[in-house]
Design a protein around this ligand. Sequence first.
Ligand SMILES: Cc1cc2nc3c(=O)[nH]c(=O)nc-3n(C[C@H](O)[C@H](O)[C@H](O)COP(=O)(O)O)c2cc1C
Ligand SMILES: O=C(O)C(=O)c1ccccc1
Length: 407
Amino acid sequence: MTASDTPASARVPQPAPKDWSAFQYEIYLNGVAGTVPRLPTDLSRLEQVAEQRLGPGPVGYVAGAAGDGKSARANRAALDRWRIVPRMLRDVQRRDLSVELLGTRLPAPVALAPVGVLSIMHPDAEPAAARAAAAQDLPFTLSTASSTTLEQVAEAMDAVRPGSERWFQLYWPRDREVTISLLTRAARAGYRVLVVTLDTWLLAWRPRDLDQAYLPFLRGVGTANYFSDPAFLAGLAKPVHEDLNAAVLHFAQMFADPSKTWADLEFLREHWDGPIVLKGVLHPDDARRAADAGMDGVVVSNHGGRQVNGAIGAADALPGVVRAVGERMTVLFDSGVRGGDDVFKALALGARAVLLGRPYAYGLGLDGQAGVEHVLRCLLAEFELTLALSGYTEPGQLTPGALTREP
Ligand SMILES: Cc1cc2nc3c(=O)[nH]c(=O)nc-3n(C[C@H](O)[C@H](O)[C@H](O)COP(=O)(O)O)c2cc1C
Ligand SMILES: O=C(O)C(=O)c1ccccc1
């Protein structure tokens, strides 16, 4: 079939692909004018810079992990064991990083992961991170445990780009009415995808926080969605401002429900019309159960090594999950992504997109919205250059054949 045979309906005009790699020359040209980037362009260095400039409680919370950090290290090791095998002479002049994901087109296969309590990093908190995502036309995932209400975050995003792509992460409350209320509010505020986190019904043993006795939400941080929720407030004996301790305790009890099982997913399907993605899946059988339950996707993730110490590195779990459900569901990936090469590897192993976690939280802490935009633009410029230099022009061309595993 030639172009002229294509039915008109199939020729929907696509926006011109975004040139993410142009950020590289923008940086060099700024150098000619006398300025260098305010933050490192090697995103793996952000943690160290954050350690120097931000308070030990907040940085410890973000950088911290479960136990002695074995799973956090396993995430890096699992990605590092794969090596890219570049191919030559394949005409990589025209490149397009855009992908079709969960029913919409994104300019690149990256979204911001849900990260709670962002006001510990920067007073502009979630709205700043969400504006950064909207400015780059990438999805922002708002945590249930955000320091700003979901309505305020939606408003901040729409001010940058009306109809911007936003996802809502659910820490599934004990109470049905509270759950329904949060879902109804999120849908009304234009969150399109529901991301349900399955790996954090309890907070893990996190020595870095324990040693400092630092837990943000016991100080009332990350409660904005609950403290603005009529169904939650109805269960309090006194208004929040009259008894903050009681409100925080009620929040802590409501927040997560370890008794949930696969049978409960039907309830979410009934109360959410858009795509539902289960976050924290590591076993192929759990991925199959998610597909059988009518879910639209999974995020292969070990929560950045913050939950089960000793858990499998997320990238080691990815191939098995892709084999099990890659044809039936959208497989996303997070845990350990620090550079464009990691995005490349995750996609080659079968993920359709990756979620970025800690690096953007550091970017926010160090430079607010601009810091998050810096992080996103570095990641995607590096990904585009890695893709092209390896002989590919589109994410969809990547297969495990682009990689080899270290012996
Ligand atoms: C400070 C912090 C807070 C987080 N809060 C949430 C959250 O509220 N909901 C959630 O599903 N995941 C949360 N996560 C996990 C991230 O969504 C993501 O899975 C993780 O950061 C990936 O690991 P990486 O940042 O090392 O790449 C949080 C992670 C961090 C570092
Ligand atoms: O710290 C986390 O990893 C997390 O998911 C969380 C849980 C509760 C409140 C804020 C963040």
